[in-house]
Design a protein around this ligand. Structure first.
Ligand code: HEM
Length: 506
């Protein structure tokens, strides 16, 4: 410590010579002392000191937060995995892991709890199924909601998913194609609008029909700006409380509006149910709102309160839109960038299904193995949700890749690093769906929906949307990138033209 004190004194004198004020000098000296103290502690005394990793990541967790805030999580994860390997320090008390077997072991163990970071997903101030860390609460909620996300219940929602998904897109596109046979569409907004359409119908029981009328456009704008605000508000919860209140105050009405919309939907549904009491079971609505209203814990018969339904429905709305929309967008975009794969997937679907048939999920899953491989490959190559999934090591710690991690260490399951590792994937940067054909090992090494006891509950729902939308679009439309998309700006590559009217006669 004598060295540090000497250094700090020297620095202070140098600043004084430069004419800096006493206070600035003092502040800088304190910063220097803190920096040197941390450097020594992390390099010589930290239990993670033997694990490689970037120096700044070792010194402060702000490094990681800045990376996340700048949207650099994926490139950072890929770069660091290439440089440091299957385990590296990404925070003073955190490591990132990317070996598929390690990821499976951590995510499937109930001993590794979700990290505190998940509290930002408490959109309403109380826990939702996604944010809760309490193992008892997790198993209770999964027992309550699990049956409603099972393939049996979700397949009963398929008619609604088709109506508000592929059929809505087709109505819109066919309208655009009616006069010229060619139209320009934006995949990203198309898929965002239609997943919004589906999820809001399933979660709120309300028809928004985003592609149709002016009033629904207003509703959509209101709803999407409110849900965007709720996502941003979630991140702002990382700030100190007073700052959080000051910053969010001007927009809080958006949150209140959506909360009253949710309570209105719940009340409307309860009214409908009381009218339906005498009618047979089959006429009860089948959607996520109904699931939240009906679900009960099998033993205690406990049901969700209105406040809990509100919390869960906001989570389902926010978690259910963007990852599906972006996964769809990327798959279609990759088809445009890899025309051979696009041709092969189109040939497959047109070879099996006729022009006037709407392909269902079960049909696509059973008869379109190449399309399934394309979806898996797109989800591997562009892993859209949280790139690093944080868990905490249990009492007694754990050993990963020969490195001991004490209790309370944050272990980030590095999905992007794992999906891009040259150790497990040949030419990992290439879009090559054939790597998944007849290859169970590869199929089980894609973690885009997470893994284990906290795996995505909406996986089945998301897959139904993706398979039915992609299969039917490939079957009915010819698509290509426009000849000159640079006029939309050098970075915009998602505008494509539909070359001809819906194809027939194949
Ligand atoms: C392509 C689309 C989707 C992707 C890639 C995706 C991805 C994920 C991932 C990676 C997790 C796990 C997070 C963790 O372990 O920490 C997760 C959890 C979850 N997802 Fe999804 N998701 C998608 C669509 C959906 C949809 C459509 C819904 C429902 C409407 C949904 C509802 C949930 C819920 C409730 C959880 C929390 C499960 C728990 O913590 O026990 N997801 N999702």
């Amino acid at each position: 410590m004598a060295v540090v004190a000497h250094y700090a004194l020297g620095l202070h004198q140098r600043l004084a010579q430069l004419g800096w004020t006493e206070y600035t000098g003092l502040a800088l000296t304190i910063l220097a002392v803190v920096f040197i103290y941390r450097l020594i502690r992390e390099l010589y005394f930290s239990p993670l000191r033997h694990i490689p990793g970037p120096l700044f990541a070792r010194l402060t967790k702000r490094y990681y937060e800045v990376v996340v805030a700048m949207g650099q999580m994926a490139p950072d994860a890929r770069r660091n995995t290439q440089k440091y390997g299957n385990i590296y320090v990404c925070q003073p008390n955190g490591v990132s892991i990317s070996n598929p077997a390690d990821i499976r072991a951590v995510l499937s163990s109930t001993a590794f709890l979700k990290h505190d970071y998940y509290k930002i997903l408490r959109f309403t101030g109380i826990d939702s199924i996604m944010s809760t860390r309490d193992p008892h609460m997790v198993s209770m909620k999964r027992r309550m909601l699990g049956p409603y996300f099972s393939s049996t219940y979700v397949s009963r929602m398929e008619p609604l998913i088709l109506e508000h998904g592929i059929n809505a897109i087709k109505r819109k596109w066919d309208g655009l194609l009616a006069d010229g046979g060619r139209a320009e569409v934006n995949f990203c907004s198309t898929f965002t609008l239609c997943t919004f359409n589906i999820v809001s119908r399933l979660v709120y029981g309300q028809e928004i029909e985003v592609f149709k009328t002016t009033s629904s456009v207003d509703t959509l704008e209101w709803m999407s700006s409110s849900t965007n605000y709720i996502s941003v508000r979630a991140l702002l919860q990382l700030l100190p409380r007073p700052l959080f209140y000051i910053i969010t105050l001007p927009w809080e009405h958006k949150y209140k509006q959506i909360a009253s919309y949710v309570y209105g939907s719940i009340a409307e549904r309860k009214q409908l149910l009381s009218k339906l009491k005498s009618v047979d079971e089959k006429s009860r609505p089948v959607d996520l709102l109904q699931a939240l209203v009906d679900c009960e814990e099998p033993e205690s018969k406990v049901r969700l309160t209105g406040e809990q339904i509100h919390a869960e429905s906001l989570l389902l709305l926010i978690g259910g839109i963007d990852p599906t929309a972006y996964s769809l967008t990327w798959t279609m975009h990759l088809f445009m960038l890899y025309p051979d794969c696009y041709r092969e997937a189109t040939r497959e679907v047109r070879g099996v299904f006729g022009a006037h048939h709407t392909v269902t999920y079960a049909e696509a899953k059973a008869q379109l193995p190449y399309l399934e491989a394309c979806i898996l490959e797109s989800m591997r190559l562009v892993t859209v949700p949280g790139v690093q999934i944080p868990r905490t090591t249990p009492p007694g710690g754990t050993t990963i890749q020969g490195q001991y991690l004490p209790e309370g260490t944050i272990v980030f399951a590095n999905l992007w690093g794992s999906h891009h590792s040259a150790e497990y994937w040949r030419e990992p940067g290439r879009f090559d769906p054939t790597r998944f054909l007849n290859n169970k090992r590869a199929q089980h090494s894609v973690f885009t929906f997470g893994y284990g006891n906290r795996i995505c509950m909406g996986k089945q729902l998301a897959l139904i949307k993706m398979f039915t939308i992609l299969a039917n679009l490939l079957k009915d439309y010819d698509m290509s990138l426009p000849e000159d998309y640079t006029r939309r700006g050098p970075h915009v590559l998602d505008a494509v033209s539909v070359d001809e009217a819906p194809v027939s006669g194949y």
